[in-house]
Design a protein around this ligand. Structure first.
Ligand code: NOJ
Length: 514
């Protein structure tokens, strides 16, 4: 595995437009991130993932990139970002940028050239059919918008035409092979973008829709994996300490394709969602997730998939568990502070490299808001960071109506300042947990993991290295028959009684024993 620094990494995901505004325009900026580096470090996070901060028409909040090598003016300048890299490094921190590999904005100069009637260098940079009236062979497409008499394939929203990495088995004259000169040129353009940022101090990338590159790929993603392995070879050779995390949610495939980490983030249900957001309906009214007190959920719904992934990949890379991200409802939508403490205790003591989404450390709430920049129901997770009780909760000095999104209007909206003053706050628990993780070898990314008890109705008990850990999200005390002789309690939330052949956890409790 390439990047050694990942062994003790804890990431903080920053949505740049909503983190901290230093120039009073109502939108967060790069200098705002730099100013808050000490806060992030003191929280226990030593690495950042910054959502796309590049020039964009912002029809999908920056996931529609117009210039991959230019910081969006609303966030500052390239120089600001280089300074952020330097300031982070001087604190022993690393910075990942967001690489939108599968598509660009429809306003990218490549696309503007590509859609022209006369052939040019970029004609095949995107996937074009050979007629305006020709569909995308099962792929979403747009016809009737280009000078060129052809339709083009989309990767996500209408504003995001798919870049051409070819097809696994081309079956139409307009489909290029994955090793065709056109597809190889796209691949080289991607490497060029990566080299640009890596050589200026960036430490790697979170890759957007990583499995989406080669079209009509097979189940094993043979075509797309070959592209990423090629990228990995370049990195190993030129930037061996660069780290790559995939938005893929299939670690057996992604880690073999050369990624260091993959998010356990099953958008359509699956193991991760059973922990924190197992909503009965999409409105989130009823939640049966494991960490919801008295929901009676079983950890096995998570373990069934997770253990298969873990056993298969533990020697080749990391699974990343996350509190939330910019696409999912915040966990505070349904979980209260105590439930969140237990959930985070679990997430931050599991193997792999954890990710904390800005604001989840104070339990920021999910807001019901009209869509902004293609956010739709994701918008409510993207509101400004709540720093203190000053104007706009300390996010910005702009007039409230100028803010990127409104701040939480609730009189008891949590802030960093209020939680710092309260020794029993979620913020303090997050700090304690992350400090513990950094202190104990058994909690590092690659330290072994095994299950000691996962029986329904009992605490979930697991081993990390020489440590024994247990969590009981239920409102009633419960015990498991697990040998604890000679073990010492190192950390607890709630109560824990170790006896010779049994471990008892009080209601809503968590414990680490050495
Ligand atoms: C996944 C990103 O996380 C999401 O925010 C974006 O809308 C899509 N990919 C398209 O790039």
């Amino acid at each position: 595995m390439a990047a050694q620094w990942l062994k003790d990494a804890v990431f903080y995901e920053i949505y740049p437009q909503s983190f901290y505004d230093t120039n009073g325009d109502g939108i967060g900026d790069i200098n705002g991130i730099t100013e808050k580096l000490d806060y992030i470090r003191d929280l226990g996070c030593n690495a950042l993932w910054i959502n796309p901060c590049f020039d964009s028409p912002f029809k999908d909040a920056g996931y529609d990139v117009r210039d991959y090598k230019l910081v969006a003016p609303r966030y500052g300048t390239n120089e600001d970002l280089y300074r952020l890299f330097r300031e982070a490094h001087s604190r022993g921190m690393h910075v990942l940028l967001d690489l939108v590999a599968g598509h660009s904005s429809e306003e990218h100069p490549w696309f503007l050239q590509s859609q022209r009637a006369e052939r040019n260098e970029y004609s095949d940079r995107y996937i074009w059919t050979d007629s305006t009236f020709q569909g995308g062979d099962g792929l979403p497409f747009i016809g009737g918008e280009s000078e060129r008499a052809a339709s083009y394939v989309l990767n996500f929203f209408k504003c995001q035409p798919a870049l051409n990495y070819g097809f696994l088995h081309p079956s139409k004259p307009w489909q290029h092979a994955a090793n065709s000169p056109a597809a190889m040129a796209t691949r080289e353009a991607l490497k060029d973008i990566m080299r640009f940022w890596l050589s200026r101090g960036c430490d790697g990338f979170r890759v957007d829709m990583a499995p989406s590159l080669v079209k009509h790929d097979d189940e094993k993603k043979t075509g797309t994996s070959a592209v990423w392995r090629d990228v990995r070879r370049m990195l190993d050779h030129e930037f061996p300490e660069a780290a790559m995390v995939a938005e893929w949610s299939d670690p057996p495939l992604s880690l073999r394709a050369g990624f260091d980490m993959d998010f356990a983030l099953n958008h359509r249900g699956g193991c991760y969602s059973t922990l924190l957001r197992d909503y009965v309906n999409s409105d989130g009214e009823e939640d049966r997730s494991y960490f919801k007190k008295d929901a009676g959920g079983s950890i096995n719904r998570f373990l069934d998939e997770y253990l298969r992934w873990y056993e298969d990949t533990k020697d080749i890379g990391y699974i990343s568990l996350l509190t939330c991200n910019h696409d999912t409802p915040r966990p505070r939508r349904t979980l209260d502070e105590t439930e969140l403490k237990l959930a985070y205790a679990f997430l931050f003591t599991m193997p792999g490299v954890p990710f904390l989404y800005y604001g989840d450390e104070i339990g920021m709430r999910y807001q019901l808001l009209p869509t902004k920049e293609g956010g739709y129901q994701r918008t409510g997770t993207r509101t400004p960071m709540q720093w203190n009780r000053g104007p706009n909760l300390g996010f910005s000095s702009a007039a409230p109506e100028k803010l990127y999104l409104p701040v939480d209007p609730a009189p008891d909206a949590p802030t960093v300042e209020s939680q710092e003053a309260d020794g029993s706050s979620l913020l303090h628990t997050v700090r304690e947990l992350l400090a513990l993780r950094h202190r104990m070898d058994g909690l590092k990314a690659g330290a072994p993991f095994s299950v000691a008890c996962s029986e329904p109705g009992k605490p979930f008990v697991y081993r990390r290295g020489g440590l024994l850990l247990a969590v009981n999200p239920d409102g009633a005390a419960s015990s498991a028959e697990v040998p604890c002789y000679g073990r010492q309690l190192v950390y607890a939330i709630g109560s824990c009684t170790p006896e010779e052949g049994r471990l008892t956890l009080g209601p809503q409790s968590f414990a680490v024993l050495s």
